[in-house]
Design a protein around this ligand. Structure first.
Ligand SMILES: [Zn+2]
Length: 163
């Protein structure tokens, strides 16, 4: 080993020794899964979804209030996107908002994206599944503690999977 190699491997070792606690901390910290986009053509979506689900997920429709059986769902489990099966909420994040739509005060980190929607007079924050882009609902700032958020979701955009 010549001197140059020695210096290089010495600094590489030092670098490793310095970096390892950080690398370890990162691997232990919870982080959102890497989301691989799920994309289909319009006709493939029509084939995959019922007309009512297509209207909500792909056309940003809204179901009638109090129409979803998921309003009264109280079992432990996961609420997954009806388009691609990505888990968006768990039963511990659900609460009864009295609005007639399944409501959650928190969402699984990194699993939804948001955008501003100007369909009504006042702008609202629309959110959608991060994997298939399917429209889920709107998020408001009148939810309960600890987040103060109300994720107001179309029941038809979700599938409940009991644990
Ligand atoms: Zn999805």
């Amino acid at each position: 080993m010549n001197r140059r190699d020695f210096v290089l491997s010495g600094s590489a070792l030092l670098g490793l020794a310095w970096a390892s606690p950080t690398v370890l901390a990162q691997s232990l910290a919870p982080r959102p899964d890497k989301i691989v986009p799920f994309e289909l053509s319009e006709s493939e979506w029509r084939e995959r979804l019922s007309e009512a689900r297509f209207d909500i997920l792909r056309e940003e429709g809204t179901e009638r209030a109090h129409s979803s059986p998921l309003n009264d769902e109280k079992r432990a489990g996961e609420y997954r996107c009806a388009g691609c099966d990505l888990a968006l909420f768990t039963s511990d994040m659900k609460y009864d908002s009295g609005t007639g739509w399944p409501s959650f005060f928190e969402v699984i980190d990194g699993h939804v994206g948001t955008k501003t929607d100007f369909k009504l007079f006042l702008p609202r924050t629309e959110y959608h599944c991060k994997r298939c882009d399917g429209h889920q609902g709107h998020v408001f700032d009148d939810g309960p503690e600890p987040t103060g958020k109300r994720w107001c979701n179309n029941g038809l955009a979700l599938k409940f999977v009991p644990s």
